[in-house]
Structures are given as structure tokens and as C-alpha cells.
Design a protein. Structure first.
Length: 133
């Protein structure tokens, strides 16, 4: 149908990004996530998915921008809170900040697919011990 091709491609890119992000090779999600985000840069879910691919690529600042923008657009969306907890604790090495982000996530969702709660507790215990080993 005329005019439907672009919308179908946009939805296909968003779906492909979603599927790839849940697979074993997250790097394959980068191109479809970028295409989906560019097609609708106001969509918080697409921003979150794009942020995940930026974080996986080592672009911590780009990931943080995407997650924070997603949170401004849809603060009820749990994913960006979860991803900011990961970014803070494991890329910025700030477990206290990671726990704060995770607490906000837990206000919105109960799933913990990466056992982040446990990892944050362990990271907090490690940082409390300091370097005096």
C-alpha cells in the first residue's frame, strides 16, 4: 500500500532491535535500534533500546543521554531506570548510585533478569572493603 512502506520498515527495525537485544549477540541490535530511534526519536522504548546498544559499544555518555531522555519522556517505563543502575554501578563504578537507580526501578517493576539486586549488593560489599587487602 502506498505510504505504508516506511511505517512497516520502522516497525520492523524496532522489532528486530527488541529481538536482538534479548539474544546472545547484542551487538547485532545496534543498527536496527539506531534505525528505529531515528524513525521516532520521541519513543522512550526505542531510546532505551538505543541506549543499551550504546552502552554495549562502550559509549557510556551516549547511553546515559538516551536513558535520561527516555526517563524524561516516560518516567513510568522501568527499563531506563534498570539500565541507569547498570551504567552507574558497572561502568562508572558507583555502586551507591546504582542502588539508587535500582530502587527507582523496583518502584515500577519486580523482574530482575540479570540478578542486578544481588550484583549491586556484592558491589557494595566490595567497595565497603576498600583497597586494603
Amino acid at each position: 500500500a502506498p505510504g505504508g512502506g516506511g511505517e512497516e520498515r520502522e516497525l520492523a527495525a524496532a522489532l528486530e532491535a527488541y529481538v536482538e537485544l534479548r539474544g546472545d549477540e547484542v551487538a547485532r541490535a545496534a543498527a536496527p535500534a539506531r534505525a528505529a530511534w531515528r524513525a521516532d526519536s520521541t519513543n522512550a522504548v526505542r531510546l532505551n533500546n538505543y541506549g543499551i546498544t550504546r552502552l554495549q559499544a562502550g559509549d557510556v555518555a551516549g547511553a546515559e543521554r538516551a536513558f535520561r531522555t527516555a526517563l524524561r519522556r516516560a518516567p513510568e517505563l522501568p527499563g531506563p531506570w534498570y539500565n541507569m543502575a547498570i551504567l552507574s554501578a558497572f561502568y562508572r563504578m558507583d555502586s551507591a548510585e546504582g542502588r539508587r537507580w535500582f530502587a527507582h526501578y523496583q518502584e515500577r517493576a519486580t523482574e530482575d533478569p540479570d540478578r542486578l539486586d544481588q550484583a549491586l549488593a556484592e558491589a557494595g560489599a566490595d567497595s565497603a572493603q576498600g583497597d586494603g587487602q
